[in-house]
Design a protein around this ligand. Structure first.
Ligand code: GLV
Ligand code: GLV
Length: 329
C-alpha cells in the first residue's frame, strides 16, 4: 500500500516530524516564512493530512481543495484560524495541542506581569542608554505583587495555571470569571468567582485566558477599560481580538489604566498606531508558548493527532469529535 502523505506548512521542532516520517511521506514547506496562500492551496491537494500553524487561514476554500483530506492538525491550542464548521460539514477532524503549553503560557503571563510591575524594560533601556549615573531613592519605582489581586478571565488550563502560581507562589489574591463556575478550583486555590464587572473593578492585574469566539471578540473594550482601576495592569496572552486594541491604546495614553503586557495583537503582526510609543506597555511577539519544552511537546502532539486519524483511530485532541460518530455510522 502506498504510504499516506502529510504536508507540514512550516518547519516545526524535529520530534514531531520524525514521528510522522516513521509512518508517512512527509513534506515540509521548505522556506522559513508563512506559506503563501497559493502554495498552500496547491500542496493541500496532494496530502492526506495537513499540519497547519495559526498563521494559516484554513477556510472553506482550503478544505474544499482536496476532497480526500482526512485531518487538519493545528500546531496550537487555539484554532480560530480554522473554519471548524466547514471542516465538520466535510467530516474532517480538526485537532489541536492542549495540555502541553500551559506552563509556558502561564509563566510568560508572569514574565509580562513582572516586567510591568518591576519596570524591567524601562530599566533595561535606561541602563543601555547610559543614563545610570548613581543609585537614586526615587528611581523607577514599581509595584509589588504580594497582597494584590489578580482577576483571571477564562479558567481553562492556562487560566488555572496562572491562578495557581499567583495564589500559591506569590501571595496574590485570585478572582476569576468564566462561563462555568468551578467550585473545586475555588476551594483548592481560595479563588473567588465574580462577575466580569466585579473582576474588572476589583483587580490590580487583569489577565485574559479565553479562546477567540464571537462571544469573546472585544471582550475588553472602552467600557471595560473604564471599569478598571487606574493602577491596574492588563495582560493578554490569549488572542489579540479579545481586546479592542484602539480603545486600549486610548486608555493607556490617558493613563486610565497603569499599563499592559501584550503577547498578541488585534491585527497581528500589525500594531495599532501609537502602541509602541507608550512606555507603560511590554510587548512580545506571540511567544508565550515559545519554550523548547512546549514547542517540542506541541510538535509531538500535532503529529500524534495525525497518526491516530490516518491509522483509523480517534485523535486524542479533536475539537469537533462529532465527526467520528458520523463516520462510524
Ligand atoms: C498559540 O497561540 C496557541 O494557540 O497555541
Ligand atoms: C491550554 O492548554 C488550555 O487548554 O487552556
Amino acid at each position: 500500500m502506498q504510504k499516506k502523505k502529510v504536508f507540514v506548512t512550516r518547519k516545526i521542532p524535529a520530534k514531531g516530524i520524525e514521528l510522522l516520517r516513521k509512518h508517512f511521506l512527509v513534506k515540509v514547506y521548505p522556506k522559513d516564512q508563512v506559506i503563501p496562500r497559493k502554495e498552500l492551496l496547491k500542496e493541500v491537494k496532494h496530502c492526506d493530512a495537513l499540519l497547519s500553524l495559526l498563521t494559516e487561514k484554513i477556510d472553506e476554500e482550503v478544505l474544499s481543495a482536496n476532497p480526500d483530506l482526512k485531518v487538519v492538525s493545528n500546531y496550537a491550542v487555539g484554532y480560530d484560524n480554522i473554519d471548524v464548521k466547514a471542516a465538520t460539514a466535510k467530516g474532517i477532524p480538526v485537532c489541536n495541542t492542549p495540555g502541553v503549553l500551559e506552563n509556558a503560557v502561564a509563566e510568560h503571563t508572569f514574565a509580562l506581569l513582572m516586567a510591568l510591575c518591576k519596570r524591567i524594560t524601562e530599566a533595561d533601556q535606561f541602563v543601555r542608554a547610559g543614563k545610570y549615573k548613581r543609585w537614586e531613592p526615587m528611581l523607577l519605582l514599581g509595584t509589588e505583587l504580594e497582597g494584590k489581586t489578580i482577576g483571571i478571565i477564562g479558567l481553562g488550563r492556562i487560566g488555572a495555571g496562572v491562578a495557581e502560581r499567583a495564589g500559591k507562589g506569590m501571595g496574590v489574591k485570585v478572582l476569576y470569571h468564566d462561563i462555568k463556575r468551578n467550585k473545586e478550583f475555588e476551594k483548592t486555590y481560595q479563588a473567588k468567582f465574580v462577575s466580569k464587572e466585579d473582576l474588572l473593578k476589583r483587580s490590580d492585574f487583569v489577565s485574559l485566558h479565553v479562546p477567540l469566539l464571537p462571544s469573546t471578540m472585544h471582550l475588553i473594550g472602552k467600557k471595560e477599560l473604564a471599569m478598571m482601576k487606574k493602577t491596574a495592569y492588563l495582560i493578554n496572552t490569549s488572542r489579540g481580538q479579545v481586546v479592542d486594541e484602539k480603545a486600549l491604546v486610548e486608555a493607556l495614553k490617558k493613563k486610565q489604566i497603569a499599563g499592559a503586557g501584550l503577547d498578541v495583537y488585534e491585527h497581528e503582526p500589525a500594531l495599532t498606531p501609537g502602541l509602541i510609543k507608550l512606555k507603560n506597555v511590554v510587548l512580545t511577539p506571540h511567544t508565550a508558548s515559545a519554550t523548547i519544552e512546549a514547542r517540542t511537546a506541541m510538535s509531538e502532539l500535532a503529529a500524534q493527532n495525525i497518526i491516530d486519524v490516518l491509522q483509523g483511530r480517534k485523535a486524542k485532541f479533536t475539537v469537533n469529535p462529532e465527526v467520528y460518530a458520523r463516520k462510524h455510522k
